[in-house]
Design a protein. Sequence first.
Length: 172
Amino acid sequence: MKQAIWALKYKRAIDLGETFARALSDTLLEELADILLLPPDLKGAQGLAGETKIILIPVPLSSARRRARGYNQAEELAKQMVAINPEQFVLEKNLVKKIKDTPTQVSLRDRAKRLANLKNAFTLKRPIQYERGQIFVIIDDVATTGTTIGEIRRLLEKAGYRRIYGLVLAHG
């Protein structure tokens, strides 16, 4: 698994993205099954409103890292999830932007440095125009301390949203 994630992340093994995306999609829908199966009259602000799709937000790379790598592996995973299940998911790749070019989390060995590394590293690129009951899922390949997802979650919560989840391939 470690080698496959590494290949997706650094060797543009995009074909692995579909395999990973199927597992991510299945896991996410299973975890949210209770919410998604509520009768329409009970959904309202507390549940998934009407036929609203789940918004997938891939963790963005800094401009420099994206140029160097040529792609964003989290975005590739989210794209594949939408391709597999377009009735359930929508990709929102231009909502969050990484505004600081920080060292990679994996390069920092100290937990305190990892936690501080991404502080204020992200911003919302535009106002969010979704219903208050909307479900957002932040997609990443690997979580170490959870700081990346936590920082993006903080932005969404500041904008007034509460139904925010993180989904990763692995924790390491």
